[in-house]
Design a protein around this ligand. Structure first.
Ligand code: R5P
Length: 283
């Protein structure tokens, strides 16, 4: 049985179809003081898969509630699928006194689960914070699917070295293209510096691949550099379309041709689903 968090209903439904498993109906509500309430309306089976992106603190609490409700209702094996793991980027104490938020979240989620899958975690090492260790699922290769078939001499570009694996996954799935990466220095949440002068992009189609678009600062800086260097089209792709604040405006103004993302976070840009890759792992 597939049990969905309120923010992952489309993905959970697709996963239920892929796996040919029943989809539970869940009620999501709030108490008068604002606290969350969940109720699984169907009889819970012995083995359940709970699917919930922890994109907000509420979504995180809701995931814990669903695990608890499933266990209470008699589930013996609980698999937790985290399509997008919020708080995953604070995976170290960068300054003394900071929390390792990814670990705090993983600890809480580990209590009532027997196995965990995380789609494209910001750092694979985050998986080790879970008990048992979570399995990382690559969502990036799905991003090749919505790309036009006739890209011109494409460059598949990582906006920083950390995204090179994702760019390679897209290139391998697409079947052609040169993988390159920019260098990125982040000065603050809204300020990054991008460089990569040696990449020839003149007249070529570019596909930028990243794990997350949050404020859109990284992508818009990369697009501007590419436009200056004569790129033809710039397709912006990411696994997790957080698209916070005015990210869409920044990407559009910078000259993005299209934005393609997966449904780990359900947005209008979610052109492709990670359900097939999850189903492969879960089957
Ligand atoms: C950072 O290392 C990540 O891979 C993304 O590049 C980053 O989270 C994107 O954030 P933003 O859209 O705010 O630049």
């Amino acid at each position: 049985m597939i049990i969905s968090g309120s923010v992952s209903q489309s993905l959970a439904s697709r996963l239920a179809t892929e796996l040919d498993r029943p989809l539970a109906v869940v009620e999501y509500d709030r108490f008068p003081d604002g606290e969350l309430y969940v109720k699984i309306d169907d009889a819970v089976s012995e083995e359940v898969v709970i699917v919930g992106s922890t994109i907000t603190s509420d979504a995180h609490i809701e995931l814990l509630q669903l695990q608890d409700a499933a266990r209470e209702a008699g589930a013996e094996k609980i698999t937790t699928v985290i399509p997008y793991m919020g708080y995953g980027r604070q995976d170290k104490a960068f300054k003394s006194g900071e929390s390792v938020s990814a670990r705090a979240m993983a600890n809480a989620i580990s209590v009532e689960t027997d196995q965990v899958f995380v789609v494209t975690p910001h750092e694979k090492a985050t998986c080790e914070f879970f008990t048992p260790t979570a399995v990382s699922v690559d969502g990036a290769k799905q991003l090749a699917e919505p790309l036009p078939d006739d890209l011109l001499d494409p460059v598949i570009l990582a906006p920083d070295a950390g995204a090179t694996d994702l760019a390679e996954a897209v290139r391998n799935e697409y079947g052609t293209g040169t993988v390159k990466s920019f260098d990125k220095i982040r000065h603050s949440g809204n300020e990054v510096e991008i460089s990569g002068d040696e990449i020839n992009v003149d007249g070529r189609d570019i596909v930028i691949v990243d794990d997350i678009i949050a404020t859109g600062t990284t992508m818009s800086e990369a697009i501007e550099t590419l436009q200056t260097d004569g790129a033809r089209n710039v397709f912006v792709t990411c696994v997790h379309p957080l698209l916070a604040q005015n990210a869409r405006l920044k990407l559009s103004k910078a000259g993005a041709t299209e934005i393609y993302a997966t449904d780990t976070i359900e947005q209008p840009e979610s052109a492709v689903s990670v359900a097939p890759v999850l189903a492969e792992k879960l089957a």
